[in-house]
Design a binder for this molecule. Structure first.
Ligand code: F6R
Length: 242
């Protein structure tokens, strides 16, 4: 695992450089996309590169990590809407090239299986962008998640719902209780993991991720077993590293 400690603007450049390499080198690049606030500087940088010098996503496919259950896809805080707003609408993905698990499906188990099949049919994810929750989750693999899990239905912890209430005008009751999420096994199948974390709120999770024992209690620690994992952190998020 490589750990890079830099200001957020530099972290965004580094992640965008890695994504740009995948876009240039792969005939059909497959990107894993995270939502939440952490990757936004990366998406801003990619949108800038697209506008300034035509960095193209036209051949690329994208798979998001997770989706709330019970929000209509056109709800402004569904992860479908978030990724459309923050990245897809600002670059040139082909229509339908970015997909996510269907949290509005009648049969959620079938939707999870179909999502795993879609990722596999695309050839797997080349580069997966990740954020980390204050409780150490990646995607929505909350503490206690199986380290080998695949896409499935999960219950969000009270901590995660409280953390995410800021996206729902501070209304905790409006935050869904369940989600569909890629599993830790699914994420580990991606060929390069790039996690970005900023701010003191992430310092304990980053300490556990990098220096803690591998444990389902801090799900992100599974990344220690990945052959190519990059952790991008600012000074604040790195403040508990030894
Ligand atoms: C989002 C996701 C989550 C977030 C995490 C951190 O698709 O999978 O794991 O990355 O909750 O969220 P932020 O970046 O908003 O602090």
């Amino acid at each position: 695992m490589e750990v890079v400690i830099q200001p957020v603007e530099v972290l965004a450049q580094l992640a965008a450089n890695a994504i740009e390499r995948v876009l240039q080198e792969r005939p059909t690049p497959v990107l894993g996309l995270a939502t939440g606030s952490s990757p936004l500087p990366i998406y801003d940088e990619l949108a800038r590169r697209h506008a300034d010098r035509g960095l193209s996503f036209a051949r690329a496919r994208g798979f998001t990590l997770d989706e709330y259950v019970g929000l209509p896809a056109d709800h402004p805080e569904s992860y479908r809407s978030v990724i459309d707003r923050e990245l897809v609408s600002r670059v040139d993905f082909a229509p339908g090239a970015v997909q996510g698990p269907d949290g509005a499906a009648d049969d959620l188990r079938a939707a999870c299986a179909a999502y795993e099949e879609a990722i596999a049919a695309a050839g797997g994810v080349e580069l997966q962008i990740l954020g980390i929750g204050t409780d150490g989750h990646i995607a929505f693999n909350e503490p206690g998640s199986s380290l080998a899990s695949r896409t499935r239905i999960k219950t969000l912890t009270d901590q995660t719902r409280a953390d995410n209430a800021r996206f729902f005008d501070g209304d905790l009751e409006a935050v869904p209780r369940h989600c569909l999420t890629q599993g830790l096994g699914t994420i580990m199948s991606a060929r390069h993991l790039v996690l970005i974390a900023t701010g003191t709120g992430k310092a304990e999770a980053v300490h556990q991720l990098v220096e803690g024992p591998v444990s389902a209690l801090w799900p992100a620690t599974i990344m220690q077993h990945h052959p190519h994992a990059t952790v991008l952190v600012d000074d604040a998020a790195a403040s508990r590293l030894q």
